[in-house]
Ligand binder design. Structure first.
Ligand code: NAP
Ligand code: ZN
Ligand code: ZN
Length: 352
């Protein structure tokens, strides 16, 4: 074991603060990464504040962060994919059993024995896993990804969660040229969804509660922008969408969007509000619509997404912050005041 610098929360009501954590020495299949940037996902905030206590109660101290890019510093003897000095990335998962039907299908995100990057039992240390708000991390090479060399690293970090979480459902439900696609909520996930849907050739409509994000939505690739609190504007799109991705982090009226789907249209939740959302069954019966959910994506698909971003020069729009501003960033996240992802420059932790 060795000591790493990190930022951790001691309880659901404490701010994140500087801490020292124990990491394992790399074993033969492990890659040790010096973390350069880590994105701030709204899931980090949900988890730090124990807002998902019913599903995934938080174990404290909690070191969040699952949008990690950095440089390889050491590798185990059996590591073939990476060498010291290589760029590398880690997303939401750091392990899975590798043998179940989900893993065999490349869908590690549905493995019953997967291990999330933070707040999950860690078989190596006996505690829980610690995430990317840290100066280094040690991860099995199966869960380490390659970063295309043309991408800006601060903007690439959010691809590891916000990117794959929006790319995967669009591929699964066949977003292509000619499809009408809605994106609800222009935050970290939402703005990546707009970029991907646009790059895939769809007609993209953004639904936002924030009038000041209208111009940005168009710049990011939206063909139309609707203020979601204007029910008249929303209703004009009734029965017209093939696919809607809902990336809202709080309780909201889902039925207004169900009614916008055409026959056999899909609305997919990627947002994870703490409270259940009531769904009108009649909205689904009519026009055989479906309401689904999706969570991150498998490792092979995450690499595919990163390569797609490399080819299309896609990164997140980031506000780079030092780690000392992380608590302020959380307050701004709650107010939907981020354009469109915070990315922590981990040099600020090293000099701390
Ligand atoms: N399924 C997965 O695998 C997965 C992965 C990562 C994150 N998530 C979840 O996805 C959600 C979004 O994450 P994020 O990091 O993108 O968060 P975020 O940056 O905070 O974006 C959420 C956006 O939702 C909109 N919004 C917020 N409160 C709202 C309200 N009361 N009513 C309507 N709209 C509201 C805002 O957009 P406007 O200003 O445009 O209205 C806000 O920018 C979180 O719940 C997160 O935990 C899920
Ligand atoms: Zn996330
Ligand atoms: Zn498995």
């Amino acid at each position: 074991m060795y000591n790493a610098k990190a930022y951790s929360a001691a309880s659901a009501t404490s701010p994140l603060a500087s801490a020292v954590i124990a990491r394992r020495e790399p074993t033969e299949h492990d890659v040790q990464i010096e973390i350069l940037y880590c994105g701030i996902c709204h899931s980090d905030l949900h988890q730090v504040r124990n807002e998902w206590s019913g599903v995934m109660p938080t174990v404290y101290p909690c070191v969040p962060g699952h949008e990690i890019v950095g440089r390889v510093t050491r590798t185990g003897s059996a590591v073939t994919k990476f060498g010291p000095g290589d760029l590398a990335a880690v997303g939401c998962m750091v392990d899975s059993d590798g043998t179940c039907p989900e893993c065999q299908a490349g869908l590690e995100q549905f493995c019953p024995n997967f291990v999330l990057t933070y707040n999950f039992p860690d078989k190596h240390t006996g505690g829980v896993t610690y995430g990317g708000y840290s100066d280094s991390i040690v991860v099995d090479q199966r869960f380490v990804l390659r970063v295309p060399s043309n991408l800006d690293l601060a903007g690439a970090a959010p691809l590891l969660c916000a990117g794959i979480t929006t790319y995967s459902p669009m591929r699964h439900w066949g977003v292509t040229k000619g499809k009408k696609v809605g994106v609800v909520g222009l935050g970290g996930l939402g703005h990546m969804a707009v970029k991907f849907a646009h790059a895939l050739g769809a007609h993209v409509v953004v639904f936002t509660t924030s009038p000041d994000k209208k111009d940005d939505a168009v710049r990011l690739g939206a063909d139309e922008v609707v203020l979601s609190r204007d029910t008249g504007q929303v209703a004009k799109h009734a029965g017209s969408f093939d696919f809607i991705l809902d990336a809202v982090a709080a309780a909201h009226d889902i039925n207004a969007y169900v009614n916008l789907l055409r026959r056999d249209g899909h609305i997919v939740m990627v947002g994870a509000p703490e409270q259940p959302l009531p769904v009108s069954v009649f909205g689904l019966l009519i026009r055989r619509r479906s309401f689904s959910g999706s969570i991150i994506g498998g490792i092979a698909e995450t690499q595919e997404m990163l390569d797609f971003c490399g080819q299309n020069n896609i990164t997140a729009d980031v506000e780079v912050i030092p780690i000392q501003k992380v608590n302020e960033a959380y307050e701004r996240l709650v107010r939907s005041d981020v354009k469109y992802r915070f990315s922590i420059d981990m040099a600020s932790l090293r000099s701390h």
